[in-house]
Design a binder for this molecule. Structure first.
Ligand code: IPM
Ligand code: MG
Length: 367
């Protein structure tokens, strides 16, 4: 089976971090015989500059055909004043929606070498390994009606939180399946105390559990309390399953437990395609960081670790994914740091490509 990849570097630091991923992809081709048929295209502001839209139809069509899409980042101040409908973020949201990538996996793992970077105490975060499963194609991000309307002489902004049973059912299953391969625990978060969609969410998650996953330990928590517990004692969690908006917030909270947003990858998965592989898009959790773009300062680890997730979830290469993750861990343990991971004054950070060099060297050493 051929392995097809579509690379969408996007905006800001996206192209810089993706350049390092490309070197890693080439390494797996040359040294592990894992050949990828790679094509590259535009998304976000970069696509807007050329096509007048943040995602061209031809790019969308290509994304539907490949085994995996790797995306860098979208957005930047240059595009702040654009109409909402063509903002860079809309390109990403279109990919998620049209590929129907309903399960967004956001691991928050604290590498031991970085445990002192978190704003929380070392013993709270050391060894942390949790997985947030965020519903990604529905909820308030996409619910209708939406818009800014005129009502009784003033404007009113409206978004709608909406979940069908089947939307909840399928993301719950994704969470339970993952839990079985981890520590067998799922905590579902919503606000059933104030939202009907939350009541339904809780009911459906419980029903899926009782019918098909009774062996997995399930608990429910209000999402606000969940945010609090993530900061108080995050190691109580294994898999967290939650909706689109709560997942957006809670995954940023979880990210900071690990020290740097520059470390965190994500996978967005949909239904299996004809070849059995899931529709998939992989991207770092961080954004386009326009303040440091083009300076070689960005940390490529999140994007590289996103490719590791692609190896695991799209290409069934779990051992090679682990090889790559361990190479990153080794480099961090050796003290190699990009600027976002620097604490001590006076120490010199490595550049984006310096981090890539170190990871490639660690990969070579792993053979
Ligand atoms: C994320 C981001 C996106 C989101 C933006 C860029 C549309 O914050 O992936 O977490 O809100 O989903
Ligand atoms: Mg976010």
């Amino acid at each position: 089976m051929t392995n097809t990849l579509l690379i969408l570097p996007g905006d800001g630091i996206g192209p810089e971090v993706m350049a390092e991923v490309t070197r890693i992809i080439d390494w797996f081709g040359a040294r592990r015989g894992l050949k990828f048929d790679v094509s590259e295209d535009l998304v976000g502001g970069a696509a807007y500059d050329v096509h007048g839209v943040p995602l061209a139809d031809a790019t969308m069509a290509r994304a539907q055909q490949v085994d995996a899409v790797l995306l860098g980042a979208v957005g930047g101040p240059k595009y702040d004043s654009l109409d909402f409908s063509v903002k860079p973020e809309r390109g990403l949201l279109r990919l998620r929606k049209e590929m129907d990538l309903f399960a967004n996996l956001r691991p928050a793992q604290c590498f031991d070498a970085l445990a002192d970077f978190s704003s929380l105490k070392r013993d709270v975060v050391a060894g942390l390994d949790i997985m947030i499963v965020r519903e990604l194609t529905s909820g308030v991000y996409f619910g209708e009606p939406r818009g800014i309307f005129e009502e009784n002489g003033q404007r009113v902004g409206i978004n709608t939180q909406r979940y069908t049973e089947s939307e909840i059912d399928r993301v719950a299953r994704a969470a339970f399946e993952l839990a079985r391969k981890r520590n067998n625990k799922v905590c579902s978060m919503e606000k059933a105390n104030v939202m009907e969609s939350g009541i339904l969410w809780r009911e459906v998650v419980q029903r899926v559990h009782d019918a098909d996953y009774p062996d997995v330990e399930l608990s429910h928590m209000y999402a606000d309390a969940g945010g609090m517990q993530l900061c108080r004692w995050p190691k109580q969690f294994d898999v967290i399953v939650t909706d689109n908006l709560f997942g957006d917030l809670l995954s940023d909270v979880a990210a900071m437990l690990t020290g740097s947003l520059g470390m965190l990858p994500s996978a967005s998965l949909g239904a299996p395609m004809a070849n059995g592989r899931p529709k998939a898009l992989y991207e770092p959790v961080h954004g386009s960081a326009p303040d440091i773009a083009g300076q070689g300062k960005a940390n490529p680890c999140a994007c590289i670790l996103s490719f590791a997730m692609a190896l695991r979830y799209s290409f069934d290469q779990g051992d090679e994914a682990t090889r790559l993750e361990q190479a990153v861990e080794k480099v961090l343990a050796d003290g190699v740091r990009t600027a976002d991971l620097m604490q001590a004054e006076g120490a010199t950070p490595v550049s984006t490509s310096g981090m890539g060099d170190a990871i490639l060297a660690a990969l070579d050493a792993s053979l």
